[in-house]
Structure formats: C-alpha cells, structure tokens
Ligand binder design. Structure first.
Ligand code: 2NL
Length: 345
C-alpha cells in the first residue's frame, strides 16, 4: 500500500510537470484528488490493515495528497502568470499611433455670415429680435407704409394663406412689432435676421425662400450721418478695411429718404471689371431714414423721434464674400459645397 502511494505521488508529479495548460492541470487534479481518484481507492483498503499500520498509512496518504495539491497549486500559479504575461505581450497598444479622426460638421455658410453680421452689430450695442414667418397683412404691409393697393402687395409677389395672412416678404414686420411693443416709446437698436418668402421663379440669383437681415435704430437726433457711419463700419468689417462705400438715392416705401449702398469692387479696386460690370462698385444693401408714417403707426412721435433702417440679403453678402456663383448652392446641400465653409482643415 505504501509502495502504491509513493508511485501515485511520482506519477502525479510527473504529470503536473508535463502539463502544458490549465485544463490539463485541472484534469490531473480531478483524477488524482477527486472522490473516485486512486488515493481515495487506496484509503478504502485501509480496513484490512493492522491497528498500528492504519494511522501511519493514513498520515502517508494525507501527505501524498498534500504534496500533489501543493504541486498543482504552484504549477497553476506559474501558468496563470505566464498567461497574463502572454496577454500583455500580445495586447500592447502603441500610444504614439495617431487617433482616428472624428468627423465634424460645420456651420452652413448662411449661418456663418448671419452670425458674423449679428456679432458685429451686437458689438455696437444692438440686440437680436426674431419673430413669426407667417405674418398678418397688417405687420407685413400696412404698418410699413404699404397701404392696400400698393404694387408690393400684389398676390403675385407673396404667398398668401388667407386674404389677411401670408408668409412674410421681409423681416420688417418684426421691426414694426418691436416699435409697437416698446414701452415708454424709448430708443431702439435691433437686428432682425430670418427667413422670408416671395413668389419668384428660382434661378442663379433668385429664390422663393431666402434670408434677410434688417437693422433698425430709433432715437432722438438720429440722422443720415449715423446711418452712413454705421454702414461704413459694417462694410469694412465684413469686406475689409480697405473698402469704400457709396450711397445712391433710391426708393423704399418705408424709408424717406432712401438709399442703396455700394462697396468699391475688391477685384479691380474701383477701376472697373467683369464682377462690378465696369462700374467699380458693387451693390450691397438698401437703407434709409424711417418714414414718419411708420414711426407714427407704431405709436412714436415722429417730430421727436427719427430713425434709420437697412436691409440686406445674407445670400448675396456671402456670395460676394466667399465667391459663390449660384444662390441655389445654399439650398441644395451638396456636401462638396458645404464642406468648403468648414473652419477645420
Ligand atoms: C433691401 C432693402 C430695406 C428697410 C429695409 C425698414 C424697416 C422698418 C422701417 C424702415 Cl420697420 N425700414 N427696413 C429699410 C430700407 C431698406 O431693405 O433691398 N433689402 C434687401
């Protein structure tokens, strides 16, 4: 019996030594130390032994069991360590590799130009006023000195929902609303950006839906020179400090007098080229002194208060600033067009 136990221990230790993975090692544990294993078998035969031999044999069997168990434990620890080392070696990461680029979008060119213009005027003390695109006939026309029968109100020029409700044709209704609401009828300095609509056939320079930015300043002693100075700052900040402006007489129903503003052509520096059609000047926006009728309709005393207003199309501003040749590029959302306005590489 003693002989058998010694053999078992040798066999087991040999097997443990040869084992190449954790599964093999576990199989050895089960087969030698398990309930149906050979050591348990040997111990079952102890009944035949004498009273002196029995404890000796029991102690030996326990010792063999402990030796095998300890050998398995040690080998397992070594194997586990090796496994971790192998994993670490195979899973090393190169922290110097460049990261995967994150795809970023960018603001639409119209958003960009509108925000740039807004920021410029906010810097001069203006606030932003936004309002409904579905407007009443009153705010879109009547309050702006466009009485019934005026050619600008032609059904052909607007999208009507009912006789009295339409899609706004300019952002001026928001200015009329702001003046009307102003408590105490004090001074106003606002910029009104937003979408506007006209019944038009789309082509390279026309669209039935487009953006507008209007500005309105109302106060005591507001003069034409304030308008000119403001527009000069605007032109130089948006198109470059070396730009000159020129005001030409014009007509708008809501301003009197009215002007159109040109900037000197950047391409030819005023000499005349194909971009400015030989004139040296490029038309940028319309403006004027707020018509007394418009002030009075909003509840302002036009003898005490005066004001100036201006309106421009961001599409046109961005076309000139970025060299866009067709207004429809803004609305068709071809990413090859849009990507060119990314501030990222
Ligand atoms: C243009 C011309 C203009 C205004 C807009 C305005 C608004 C009020 C009172 C007076 Cl409430 N004027 N807006 C004035 C002059 C010109 O826009 O050609 N825009 C693209």
């Amino acid at each position: 019996m003693e002989q058998r136990l010694v053999e078992l221990q040798q066999e087991a230790l040999e097997g443990i030594k040869k084992a190449t993975d954790l599964k093999e090692l576990n199989d050895i544990r089960v087969s030698y130390l398990g309930k149906k294993g050979p050591i348990t078998e040997v111990l079952k035969g102890m009944g035949k032994l004498s009273a002196e031999e029995r404890p000796k044999m029991g102690a030996l069997a326990n010792e063999v069991r402990d030796v095998i168990a300890k050998a398995i434990e040690e080998k397992q620890a070594v194997m586990e360590e090796e496994e971790v080392a192998k994993k670490l070696a195979s899973e090393t990461i190169d922290v110097t590799l460049p990261g995967r680029p994150v795809k970023t979008g960018n603001h639409h060119p119209l958003t960009r130009i509108i925000e740039e213009i807004e920021d410029l005027f906010i810097g001069m003390g203006y606030t932003i006023a936004e309002g409904p695109e579905v407007e009443s006939d009153y705010y879109n026309f009547e309050a702006l000195n466009l009485p019934k029968g005026h050619p600008s109100r032609d059904m052909q020029d607007s999208f009507y929902i009912t006789e009295e409700i339409l899609l706004r044709t300019h952002t001026s209704p928001m200015q009329a609303r702001t003046m009307e609401k102003k408590e105490g009828k004090g001074p106003i300095k606002i910029i009104c950006p937003g979408k506007v609509y006209r019944r038009d056939n789309d082509d390279a320079t026309h669209s039935h839906q487009f953006m507008q930015i209007e500005g309105l300043v109302v106060g005591e002693n507001i003069q034409m020179s304030d308008l000119k100075g403001t527009l000069d700052v605007f032109a130089k900040k948006i198109f470059g400090e070396d730009r000159e402006i020129r005001l030409r007489p014009s007509f708008f129903p809501f301003t009197e007098p009215s002007v159109e503003m040109d900037i000197s052509c950047k391409i030819c520096n005023g000499k005349g080229c194909s971009v400015c059609k030989g004139t040296g000047w490029i038309e940028i926006l319309g403006a004027g002194m707020v018509h007394p009728n418009v002030l009075e309709m909003a509840g302002y005393d036009s003898k005490k208060y005066t004001g100036f207003a201006f309106g421009m199309g961001p599409e046109r501003i961005a076309m000139l600033k970025y060299g866009v040749d067709d207004i429809r590029h803004y609305y068709t959302n071809d990413v090859r067009f849009l990507k060119q306005f990314s501030i990222h590489e």
